[in-house]
Design a protein around this ligand. Structure first.
Ligand code: 3EB
Length: 263
């Protein structure tokens, strides 16, 4: 019954579905996103399809999204690839009634754009970070259309509840802090992680950083991995940490961390 996993192809998306949870993935080739206009249109179409999946699957709520975009900070000004992705996503979000989920957006070593998402039966309860302006309210200096995601959310996945935390970086208000200083950026990112946990419902907030089940960090420069890992271990001694290498969606960000707490 509940254990049966079913594979489906719905539009451009591959979906693996268990009765009350689905994992959806789309893999868009680089030739479809060569120009800023193509990238925006492709992101719009992928997100429209993702929102439509909710009806097709009878799973009404997005729980978590990840984006991996090749050459994420390539292109100038509003033509920057990440900004084009944000425009397409924001246009799709404008068309629907959806609570924004937590997300991650980083570089991909492989050409193309990959988006993965979890859908479930229960609405998420978003959590914002009091130290940061909500990403969806970022001023236009960071891109004509702001990034549409929540800082974190309480999420029911199958029979378990989690606090899912988005990629969290050295951003205070809406500005990058400690440009060029990877150690301070790591500390600021952990301060933001701590703040967003503190803003969550009491069952999560009371446990603090020590209650995290795991942390995954992304370092823009591979040579900084040891520094970042040492900082993260010092600040979160018993939390399992995995580091990946990939540029982040602002050229001045050196590190970003996402995290999970099992409630
Ligand atoms: C930030 O806080 C850093 O565009 O989906 C983090 C997580 C970031 C998700 C996204 C972007 C995204 O703005 C960047």
């Amino acid at each position: 019954m509940g254990d049966t996993v079913e594979d489906q192809r719905i539009g451009d998306w591959h979906v693996r579905r268990c009765h009350d949870l689905a994992f959806a993935a789309v893999d868009i080739p680089e030739h479809a996103i060569q120009t800023p206009a193509d990238l925006e249109a492709t992101a719009l179409s992928a997100y429209r399809q993702l929102f439509a999946l909710r009806q097709s699957l009878g799973l009404d709520y997005l729980q978590r999204v990840w984006h991996w975009l090749y050459d994420v900070i390539g292109g100038d000004g509003e033509d920057q690839r990440y900004r084009s992705l944000c425009r397409g996503r924001a246009r799709a979000v404008d068309e629907v009634d959806a609570v924004l989920p937590p997300a991650t957006g980083v570089d991909s070593a492989r050409p193309g754009l990959r988006i993965q998402a979890l859908l479930g039966t229960q609405p998420v309860t978003p959590v914002e970070n009091p130290r940061q302006i909500s990403a969806y309210h970022y001023p236009p200096e960071h891109g004509q259309r702001a990034p549409a995601f929540a800082r974190a959310a309480i999420s029911q996945l199958g029979t378990s509840r989690y606090l899912l935390i988005s990629g969290t970086a050295s951003i205070v208000g809406h500005s990058t802090h400690h440009v060029g200083d990877v150690q301070q950026q790591t500390r600021e990112s952990v301060a933001n992680l701590h703040a967003v946990i503190g803003a969550a419902p009491a069952e999560a907030a009371e446990r603090g950083l020590a209650g995290l089940a795991g942390v995954r960090g992304y370092v823009a420069e591979a040579e900084n991995a040891d520094t970042v890992e040492a900082e993260l271990r010092a600040l979160m001694p018993n939390v399992p940490i995995t580091l990946l290498h990939g540029r982040l969606c602002r050229p001045d960000l050196e590190v970003e961390i996402e995290a999970l707490m099992h409630l």
